[in-house]
Ligand binder design. Sequence first.
Ligand SMILES: N[C@@H](CCC(=O)N[C@@H](CS)C(=O)NCC(=O)O)C(=O)O
Length: 220
Amino acid sequence: MLLLHHLENSRSQRIAWALELLGLEYEVKTYLRTPEQMAPETLKRIHPLGHAPILEDDDVIIAESGAILEYLADEYDPNQKLKPLNKLERRDYQYWLHFAEGSFMPLLVMTLLFRKIPKQPMPFFVRPIAKAISGKVISGFIEPRLRDALNLIEDHLSEKHWFAGEHLSGADMQMSFPLLALTSTLALYDYPHIERWLSSVTKDPAYQRAVAKVGEFQSF
Ligand SMILES: N[C@@H](CCC(=O)N[C@@H](CS)C(=O)NCC(=O)O)C(=O)O
């Protein structure tokens, strides 16, 4: 039996999308975030890091969304719904599958953390300094890299309908979380191909079924 350990408002949505696309039967166990927005300690009983998503397949436990997508593609994808169809698609599939968590998500997580720093409790005279340092890191380090990443994605999607080519794949699932998360804080008007791709994502029937089951991502 497939069991998706799902943390509310999180990356686990992409795994529900994959499970729906493959037409698999699965159950969802939903965990609520703590007041600090962390995963609850109970998730550590399933995997030592206690991060979502985690997929349980009888006695197999898999963490890391990219690894889960690869597992589903290896074990449950005889009709190549998640997998790339040819060698060329495979190159793009692998690149974007890894880029999503390896290069893109760290920029979003850093932005979130540096935005939070000046809001933490601290002596009043330290706050302007914390604000200035955080602002400098965001504008000097993170934002230029984020722009480069968005330009790279926009260029790619100006030539391909989906990340791996002309058909939906696990690479789109991996890229969906950071791009959906970004739309909650940044208008993507300057990136019409990313907007077009996001609209294809949200219209996908399997995506809609997944959202109906595990909820829509709210904000980052
Ligand atoms: N690279 C991992 C990241 C896992 C991760 O950080 N998940 C977040 C949810 S979006 C989480 O569990 N956060 C709660 C916490 O860190 O306490 C993946 O793609 O699965």
